[in-house]
Design a protein around this ligand. Structure first.
Ligand code: GDP
Length: 366
C-alpha cells in the first residue's frame, strides 16, 4: 500500500494527529476486517462521496472504500542527519514512505515547550528540511564516487543512474531539496530517482496545527506557512490536532454538531487524507455490483491491465478488455444497464489509461 510519513519537530502535535487517525481507523475496523494497525502505522479509509452514489444506483449491499497508510516517524531533532536523537532509526523509517506529511506548530501555548523556544513554523520547516538535505547530501556524495568510476568503465547500470544522481547532487549542493526534480519528470526518470532512496525526493504536504479557535480561520503563522509552501509548489492543510482527537472519539451525529459549532464543514482528517492521496498522485476507479461497490487505488497513468492487477494478479495476466463507464454517466444515467443502452459503456483494451472515477468491469482469461 501507499504510505505517508508524518514528520516534524518534537511537541508540534504529530502523535496527537496520528492517534486521531488511528482512532478513526479503529472505529472503521469493524466494517473493514482487513485493516491492520501496527504501533506506528495506521491504515485509514479514503473518504469519497462518489461511493455512496454508485452504491445507490447499483443497489449494492456493501460499500468498501480504498485505503492509505500513515506512519508516525518520531525522532527528528536538529542534528538528526549526524545521528543525534533517534537519528538513524528516523532516517531509516523515512526512506520507506512515499510522501511526507510535515506537521508544523502554529498554536501558541506557554504550557507546551517548543524545542527552539519560540513559535516560528517557517523556521521549523527549514530546520527539518536542512536535516533531510544534509543526510541526502552525505549519502549521495558517498555513493556517487563509485558510480562515477563505474560509469567511466561504461557499466550499464551506472550510466543509467549517474545523470539523475548528478542532478540531485547539484540541487543539494545548492541548498535545495531533490523533490524539485519531480515537476514534469518522465516516468523512467522517476523510477531511477525513487531507486536512489533519498529523503528529500518525496513530495511534501505541510500540516499547520492550530488551536481549536483558529481551525476555521488559520492565523498569522499559517499564512506564513502558506506563503512558503506556495513558493515551493507544495500544499498546506490547516488542522487542529486537538479537535481531531476529540472528533475521532464521537459518534457521527455528535461529531457533525461539534464541527458545526466550530464553523467546520468536515473533519480535518478527511481533508488530510484526501490531500495525502493527491500528493501521492493516486486516483480511484470503482467496481460495482449487487454485493458491493468498491474503490480501488492506482497511480495516475496506469493502464487497464495494471489497474485490474490491483484486484488480483490473475486479472492482469489474463486481461482481455475492460467495460468502462465514466462516473458521471454511471450515476446520472442510473447504472450499468442504462449506461450501456445510452452507448456510454466503452470496451477498452490493454493500452487504455484508466481515468479517475471510471466504473470498470474486467473481462479476463483464467
Ligand atoms: P509530537 O511530539 O509532535 O508528537 O507532539 P504531541 O502530539 O505529543 O503533542 C505535544 C503536546 O502538545 C501534547 O501535550 C499535546 O496535547 C499538545 N498539543 C498538540 N496539539 C495541540 C493544539 O492544537 N493545541 C494545544 N494547545 N496543544 C496541543
Amino acid at each position: 500500500g501507499f504510505k505517508c510519513g508524518i514528520v516534524g519537530l518534537p511537541n508540534v502535535g504529530k502523535s496527537t494527529l496520528f492517534n486521531a487517525l488511528t482512532r478513526t481507523a479503529a472505529a472503521q475496523a469493524a466494517n473493514y476486517p482487513f485493516c491492520t494497525i501496527e504501533p506506528n502505522t495506521g491504515e485509514v479509509a479514503v473518504p469519497d462521496s462518489r461511493l455512496k452514489k454508485i452504491a445507490e444506483v447499483t443497489k449494492s449491499k456493501e460499500i468498501i472504500p480504498t485505503r492509505i497508510s500513515f506512519v508516525d516517524i518520531a525522532g527528528l531533532v536538529r542534528g538528526a542527519s549526524k545521528g543525534e536523537g533517534l537519528g538513524n532509526q528516523f532516517l531509516a523509517n523515512i526512506r520507506e514512505v512515499d510522501a511526507i506529511v510535515h506537521v508544523l506548530r502554529c498554536f501558541e501555548d506557554d504550557d507546551i515547550t517548543h524545542v527552539e523556544g519560540r513559535i516560528d513554523p517557517v523556521a521549523d520547516a527549514e530546520t527539518v528540511e536542512t536535516e533531510l538535505m544534509l543526510a541526502d547530501l552525505e549519502s549521495l556524495e558517498r555513493r556517487i564516487v563509485q558510480i562515477r568510476k563505474r560509469a567511466t568503465g561504461k557499466e550499464k547500470e551506472a550510466l543509467t543512474i549517474l545523470p539523475m544522481m548528478e542532478q540531485a547532487l547539484a540541487l543539494l549542493q545548492d541548498g535545495k531539496p531533490v523533490r524539485m526534480l519531480l515537476d514534469g519528470i518522465a516516468h523512467e526518470d522517476l523510477v531511477i530517482l525513487q531507486g536512489l532512496n533519498l529523503l528529500t525526493s518525496h513530495p511534501v504536504l505541510y500540516v499547520c496545527n492550530v488551536s481549536e479557535a483558529e481551525a476555521a480561520t488559520g492565523n498569522e503563522h499559517t499564512a506564513a506557512v502558506e506563503k512558503m509552501a506556495s513558493a515551493q509548489g507544495a500544499r498546506t492543510v490547516i488542522i487542529s490536532a486537538a479537535i481531531e482527537s476529540e472528533v475521532a472519539q464521537l459518534p457521527d451525529e455528535d461529531a457533525k454538531e461539534f464541527l458545526d459549532a466550530l464553523g467546520l464543514e468536515e473533519p480535518g482528517l478527511d481533508k488530510l487524507i484526501r490531500a495525502g492521496y493527491e500528493l501521492l498522485h493516486l486516483i480511484t476507479y470503482f467496481t460495482a455490483g449487487p454485493k458491493e461497490t468498491r474503490a480501488w487505488t492506482i497511480q495516475k497513468g496506469t493502464k487497464a491491465p495494471g489497474a485490474a492487477g490491483v484486484i488480483h494478479t490473475d486479472f492482469e495476466r489474463g486481461f482481455i478488455r475492460a467495460q468502462t463507464i465514466a462516473y458521471n454517466d454511471y450515476v446520472t444515467l442510473g447504472g450499468e444497464v442504462a449506461a450501456k443502452e445510452a452507448g456510454k459503456a466503452r470496451d477498452e483494451g490493454k493500452e487504455y489509461v484508466v481515468q479517475d472515477g471510471d466504473v470498470m468491469l474486467f473481462k479476463f482469461n483464467t
